[in-house]
Design a protein around this ligand. Structure first.
Ligand SMILES: [Zn+2]
Length: 292
């Protein structure tokens, strides 16, 4: 379990053991803090045949099936873009059937904010009249996009980013060395995003960005040369530039920092357009910083 979820996990496990766990849990919080891992651990705990105060036993038949990703009473829905009514109905149908292991059933919906209105309405009925021994766990990083009727029928848990020291300690344990607060900040203080970035050798590292940016400031590289080099990571670069401008503006309240910030904002919008010349957009941003 991710250490920052220990307390809540213990609390929910205690309520489950006392048969007082709400049948619909909504976990909301920023991307990259491990909501899905937390939800999966909750699901395993609810399905385990020998749940203890510390959570699932890890050895019963249910836990073994769960570990093998073949648990017949655990279903997960997720979609890159949109969760339609058919997918949600399919998920609900699994809750209506008798649990194959004769115990509980869990439906996990990742990105619950991507449900269409008709999908939400289909789910609503199940939330209002839950079948026996069923638990629904909804995850979202865009809480405000959920229908109020869904929100009102779930027990909501708003999860924030972990404390910096906790994230750094955890990242070290995962073998991510050389991670500091600046890097954590560059990824919105979301430790799993940092972990993914460190693991992704294709991604431009924050350190490479910092070094390149320093060269830009000393005039050792031109905005165009740097933009050409970085164009494949343009969105990430502009996001980092924007954070840097914001930080600078907060510290010294200079007009040029605000101009840089606004330039980044425009660039982020421009980069959304398919077919845009990323190097040109990025070059414009870097020129603004070089001139500031
Ligand atoms: Zn078990």
């Amino acid at each position: 379990m991710l250490p920052w979820f220990d307390a809540l996990f213990g609390q929910l496990t205690g309520r489950f053991l006392a048969a007082r766990l709400h049948h619909a849990l909504l976990l909301a919080g920023p991307a990259g803090i491990g909501k899905a891992r937390f939800a999966v651990a909750l699901a395993q705990m609810v399905l385990c045949r020998q749940t203890a105060t510390s959570g699932a036993c890890g050895s019963c038949q249910s836990c073994q099936l769960f570990a093998a990703n073949t648990h017949p009473d655990f279903h997960m829905l997720q979609s890159e873009k949109q969760l339609g009514v058919d997918a949600v109905r399919g998920g609900i149908a699994t809750l209506g059937a008798t649990a194959q292991l004769g115990h509980n059933k869990v439906l996990l919906i990742k990105g619950a904010d991507t449900m269409t209105e008709s999908a939400s309405n289909a789910l609503l009925k199940t939330l209002e009249e839950p079948t026996n021994n069923t638990f629904i766990i909804l995850l979202t990083d865009k809480l405000t996009r959920l229908l109020p009727t869904i929100l009102s029928r779930c027990e909501k848990h708003k999860l924030g980013v972990p404390a910096v020291s906790e994230s750094l300690a955890w990242l070290q344990e995962q073998g991510c060395e050389d991670v500091d607060e600046a890097l954590l900040q560059a990824y919105g203080y979301a430790p799993l995003r940092v972990q993914a970035a460190v693991a992704d050798s294709n991604a431009l590292s924050f350190r490479a960005y910092s070094d390149g940016f320093a060269q830009l400031m000393t005039g050792d590289i031109t905005p165009l040369a740097l933009a050409t080099k970085w164009q494949d990571n343009a969105s990430q670069i502009v996001t980092w530039c924007q954070q840097q401008a914001y930080k600078a503006y907060c510290q010294r309240q200079q007009r040029q920092d605000l101009a840089c910030f606004e330039r980044c904002q425009q660039a982020i919008a421009s980069l959304q357009h398919p077919g845009i010349n990323k190097a040109v957009v990025l070059c414009g941003v870097l020129e603004q910083f070089a001139a500031a």
